[in-house]
Design a protein around this ligand. Sequence first.
Ligand SMILES: NC(=O)c1ccc[n+]([C@@H]2O[C@H](COP(=O)([O-])OP(=O)(O)OC[C@H]3O[C@@H](n4cnc5c(N)ncnc54)[C@H](OP(=O)(O)O)[C@@H]3O)[C@@H](O)[C@H]2O)c1
Length: 358
Amino acid sequence: MSTVVPLRTPARRAPRLALLGTGVVGSALVTRYERLQAAERPLPSLAWLANSRALHDCAGSPQRALDDANRAAARTDDLPPWAEAEALHAGDIVVDATASDAVAGWHAEWLSRGVHVVTANKLGAGSTLSRAQAIAQAAADAGARYGEAATVGAGLPLLRSLRALVAGGDRIHRVEGVLSGSLAWLFNHYDGMRPFSNFVRQARQAGYTEPDPRIDLSGEDVRRKLLILARAAGLPLEQSDVRVESLVPAELAALPLEGVDAALGQLDAPLAVRFKDAYRNGGRLRFVGRFDTERASVGLQVLPADHPLCGGSGTDNRVAIYSDRYDEQPLVVQGPGAGAGITAAALLDDVLAIAAAR
Ligand SMILES: NC(=O)c1ccc[n+]([C@@H]2O[C@H](COP(=O)([O-])OP(=O)(O)OC[C@H]3O[C@@H](n4cnc5c(N)ncnc54)[C@H](OP(=O)(O)O)[C@@H]3O)[C@@H](O)[C@H]2O)c1
């Protein structure tokens, strides 16, 4: 008598979790994973973690694997260490806590194999339109989930609110927001008297900016977040559809990283003028990303002090959504939108949601 083999055998295996990226966010994720594990939350087992240098099995202790990976020497091989790892199977979950374009290039491939992807890396859904569409298509075809709540607002209920409105038949008219925690902090603190460059140094020391603050000041990070939001709202925007006003003068942009700190003073005079003009008219400077059905832009704006985007403090993100339903008064989502702890929490929320939906 022959044995009946269930058709979906691989999906019956217990799902495994794999983590790429052992930096600030990856480390916070391991800490939170161990805390949730101790609280007996139903998490998939963390099988392995990797950075660009090494891959370590987490069977003994995730924290030990993390420490070992972070101690690893630079790799000479062309292939990343995880390319040689045991293949991930349908139902497994890979977490991308890198800022790597090469890793983001794998998102659609993993999804097409039925592997769920949870990401803090904006280069998946926030770079070229063709990549974002390939990701959405692969997820739909294979029935795999793409968890991207950590990419915009570090898990604030932004993407999910937009998607819920669209699913409910609402048309999104306009979205505008302070989408960068570091730029929010800078313009919440800049007083027009002390040099702007001093605030940039302070923000970098506090860990609010990227190690190279030009990545924040150029508006590129906000452009990626705006693209992710616009695409979630149903607008198939290309990167070139977003007009970006960089705060970084061309001379500063051209410098190697080692030369940046000494040249940050180049930011001061132009921003002092902008601040004075705004202040004279009772306005506030805010670095805003905005799209409507016709255009999209990222840059510094003068807003009236009572504008919905002028509230919030510290590194708060603040986003206003206008739709059929929220026509005159927008739906406003506000809260801390940066930081390793809340980003790791957003990633693990997505992991738990995927595990619970199986
Ligand atoms: N920090 C925050 O508050 C925050 C908030 C929201 C979102 N994010 C996003 O989260 C991501 C991670 O940020 P982070 O601050 O943790 O960065 P990070 O500290 O610079 O860590 C990046 C990690 O990615 C690894 N990596 C690079 N290329 C890789 C590859 N090809 N394969 C595997 N690992 C690779 C690096 O490994 P090596 O050390 O070997 O190079 C490193 O462990 C970024 O996309 C960032 O934009 C960060």
